[in-house]
Design a protein around this ligand. Structure first.
Ligand code: FAD
Ligand code: EPU
Length: 341
């Protein structure tokens, strides 16, 4: 068994039968088929920043280290082809240094570039889908490589085809990004609204996003975590009206279909759960949506805490939170909502 602790940001002490870092597609295919022959389960990992391991994993963990970036341009766009193992934040920083603007609102999101499409990463009013040109995918059974257009990825809020149809038996090998030369800053979220859209630079937005994130989100090297533990829930207009009767100034984001997105962190905070701890797992003091590994937490500590948070929020607001984080058991992914019900 090999320790998985350094390979995921919750830093829970768990092991895997075998951990293999792959640097090219042939090696990836071979590692997968060897594990298959031995009937061992396989788990793909980027930087493990959206994972909760509940116990030791009885299989082979394949860590994506496919590296390389190529750049092309025409009169209107920059086109980046980025292999899946590249670090997302370094890609954002590098693109800005090269004078290609657009990704600045997505600064400091941990993880690999190839993982970005899976939950359509998003922050500060921008999502991965806004720049996605294509995603390259390998069918592990047939060995066939194919390309999905952005539309074919069926992106939604923390959602894509990679959590549905292409979840099992497929691996993302590269992404294509399309960045407009005619850049428009996105300044609709939080303190970004204070910038003047006529004079602001992408670097200023990048710096401000990094500043806000560092002030609220725990550094995984200090307290293990996987970012927002739950998704922000979307409720009907009727449910929202009921919640407004319980509290004033409910943060909310009306959706095009009339539904309303709520802030899960605010709901948890209203239940006075900041700092609440079960075993070694705790609700982060500065951002209630983040559960942290405070003191040698086990996966089960985090599950128990998530169960308590979900139950408490449901009792107060009638809203059942769904995990954003992916739960991994001994033989692979398990249904996260069921695990905390
Ligand atoms: P992993 O956690 O390694 O994997 C995630 C899932 O994808 C797993 O199911 C894995 O099996 C699968 N997978 C990994 N690589 C591949 C591949 N190549 N092909 C197919 N499947 C694969 N997310 C946001 O959207 N917005 C944020 O603002 C944000 N902030 C965060 C802040 C912190 C401090 C942390 C710790 C996390 C945050 N996250 C955020 C979550 C996380 O950064 C993203 O989900 C990220 O895209 C995960 O990348 P990863 O490489 O670590 O993926
Ligand atoms: N809030 C509280 N108390 C808290 C936390 C939040 O009252 O403890 C309130 C805030 O004051 C604000 C609202 O809730 O009014 C939203 O909070 P915040 O701006 O911190 O964002 P969030 O909804 O908690 C989402 C994403 C983050 C992303 C940020 C910035 C989800 C699940 N989370 O968090 O993504 O970085 O917006 O855009 O959508 C992640 O997915 O892992 C992640 C960190």
């Amino acid at each position: 068994m090999q320790s998985l602790q350094p390979f995921h940001t919750f830093h829970i002490q768990v092991s895997a039968h075998k951990i293999i870092e792959v640097t090219n597609i042939e090696q990836l295919k071979q590692t997968w088929s060897e594990a298959n022959t031995l009937h061992l389960p396989v788990l793909f990992l980027g930087q493990g920043s959206n994972m909760l391991f509940l116990e030791d994993f009885n299989g082979v963990v394949i860590i994506n280290r496919l590296l390389g970036i190529t750049h092309k341009e025409d009169a209107h766009f920059h086109y980046l082809h980025v292999n899946a193992g590249e670090n997302w934040h370094q890609l954002v920083a590098w693109s800005l240094e090269q004078g290609m603007n657009g990704l600045e609102n997505l600064a400091l999101i941990p993880g690999c570039a190839g993982s970005a499409p899976i939950q359509n990463i998003g922050a500060y009013g921008v999502e991965f889908k806004d720049f996605c040109h294509y995603v390259d995918v390998l069918n592990l059974e047939s060995g066939e490589l194919f390309r999905l257009s952005s539309a074919e990825c069926e992106f939604g809020y923390r959602e894509s085809v990679f959590k549905q149809r292409y979840q099992h038996g497929y691996v993302i090998t590269a992404i294509g990004l399309k960045l407009a030369k005619n850049w428009h800053p996105v300044l609709k979220y939080g303190s970004l609204v204070n910038f003047d859209p006529n004079t602001v630079t992408a670097k200023q937005i990048f710096d401000e996003v990094c500043r806000i994130r560092q002030s609220k989100l725990p550094n995984p090297d200090e307290f293990g975590n996987a970012g927002s533990f739950f998704k922000n829930p979307v409720v009907t207009a009727e449910q929202f009206a009921e919640i407004q009767k319980l509290a004033e100034n409910v943060p909310h984001f009306p959706q095009v279909d009339g539904s309303v997105k709520l802030a899960a962190g605010w709901l948890i905070d209203q239940c006075h759960l900041k700092g609440f701890q079960i075993g070694g797992a705790a609700v982060h003091e500065k951002q209630a949506l983040v559960l942290i590994n405070k003191e040698n937490a086990t996966g089960q500590d985090v599950v128990r805490l998530a169960h308590y948070v979900r139950k408490t929020v449901a009792e107060k607001f009638g809203v059942f939170l769904q995990p954003e984080v992916r739960f991994i058991g001994a033989n692979g992914e398990i249904e996260s909502e069921k695990a905390i019900s």
